[in-house]
Write a protein that binds this ligand. Structure first.
Ligand code: MG
Length: 382
């Protein structure tokens, strides 16, 4: 089935791979959005001829308007532009590939239009999962995950007509570049070492989250929201080879798994074509050349970000928004070279201690928790 896409965040890793899938599989592109990457946005616009291109940054949008003056492509800027791309009538599917809580409002805008959401922005469900899932149900918007682990679970659940038969979701974790290291080793980690992921090529924020294992914590919360599962029925296992992307255990003891090469094109494509499967650009997996598959326990005491995320998963309310906001701020500081690797977890914990948690939050409560968490992190390093 051919889809017409609006890709929010087309210059990032997921956005660029979505365009690769669109090119190979023949999906239309109605809108693309970037923050400041005007050169790439121009090239993408010339190749895919969308109706709308958005640069969130105003100056970049002005530049893009000049660059695309010879075309009839509309160029918009700011949050309004992002929301217009999310709600564009021509698009039936919105790929939410923006990093961070910034993806929340556009995702809701797309849901309100009843579009299929190819969800690549995990922070949306981490911060406001209950609200987002309830809104999607109300508006009849399908949410299909792009995150490889959640796509694996989604695929394993096809044909399961009674969710009561699901005993456990098992999320795999590569363990990142520092698996097996001691807290002392971690205290000396540099930005460059943290940005070298062993298996996946991804954007900077998620690569750091993978190194701290915060990514796995966020994915744990994402899985709770997507599949309405309590925390005690989700397990994380470290699987260094990144071949088994996640698993579902059923009441009778059967465990189904999805295997594949570490190539995001497959989960992206499945989110677009589900329930159908088509040929695509993903690299096939050759079982005969796979290394032995291993599974081990993660250590949330050494990887404190994971421990904090699991505590917030149990606590609920705005705690997950505080966790996420503090983490976004702390990771930005780490990438700027202003704090050490272990300071990320230390600052997130500090924000969780300082910002009060509200239960049953509104969207405004969630944004306020996010802001308060960021303030707590910035105040702690001033
Ligand atoms: Mg993932």
């Amino acid at each position: 089935m051919k889809r017409t896409l609006s890709i929010l965040g087309s210059s990032g890793s997921i956005g660029r791979q979505t365009l690769k899938v669109a090119e190979v599989c023949g999906h239309e592109v109605a809108a693309i959005t970037v923050n400041k990457s005007v050169g790439l946005a121009e090239a993408q616009a010339r190749q895919f001829r969308p109706k709308l291109v958005v640069a969130v940054d105003e100056a970049s949008a002005a530049d893009l308007r000049v660059r695309l003056a010879d075309s009839n492509i509309k160029v918009l800027s700011g949050q309004e532009g992002l929301l217009e791309a999310a709600a564009l009538p021509e698009a039936d599917t919105v790929v939410t590939a923006i990093v961070g809580v910034a993806g929340l409002r556009p995702t809701l805008a797309a849901i309100d239009c009843g579009k299929r959401i190819a969800l690549a922005n995990k922070e949306t469900l981490v911060c406001a999962g209950e609200l987002v899932m309830a809104r999607a149900k109300e508006k009849g918007a399908e949410i299909v995950p792009v995150d490889s682990e959640h796509s694996a679970i989604f695929q394993c659940l096809q044909g399961c007509h009674n969710r009561g038969e699901v005993k456990r979701l098992i999320i795999t974790a590569s363990g990142g570049p520092f698996y097996g290291k001691s807290s002392k080793d971690l205290s000396l980690v540099t930005r460059e070492q943290a940005l070298k992921h062993p298996n996946w090529a991804m954007g900077e924020k998620i690569t750091i989250d993978s190194a701290t294992l915060m990514n796995k914590g966020l994915e744990f919360i994402e899985a709770m929201r997507l599949y309405a599962m309590p925390p005690e029925r989700i397990q994380i296992v470290v699987h260094r080879e990144s071949i088994v992307h996640s698993l579902v255990e059923f009441e009778d003891g059967a465990i189904l798994a999805q295997l594949g090469s570490a190539d995001m094109c497959l989960p992206i494509q499945y989110a677009l074509t589900w329930p159908e499967r088509t040929e695509g650009p993903a690299k096939p997996l050759d079982l005969l050349s796979c290394p032995p598959l291993t599974f081990q326990k993660p250590d949330p005491e050494i990887f404190r970000c994971l421990g904090l995320a699991l505590e917030c998963a149990k606590r609920g309310g705005t705690s997950t928004a505080i966790l996420n906001g503090a983490n976004e701020a702390a990771v930005a500081l780490f990438l700027e070279g202003r704090i050490m690797f272990l300071d990320i977890a230390r600052l997130v914990r500090k924000a969780l201690e300082q910002v009060p948690v509200l239960d049953g939050p509104s969207l405004e409560d969630i944004f306020e928790a996010d802001h308060a968490a960021r303030r707590a992190v910035y105040n702690a390093v001033r």
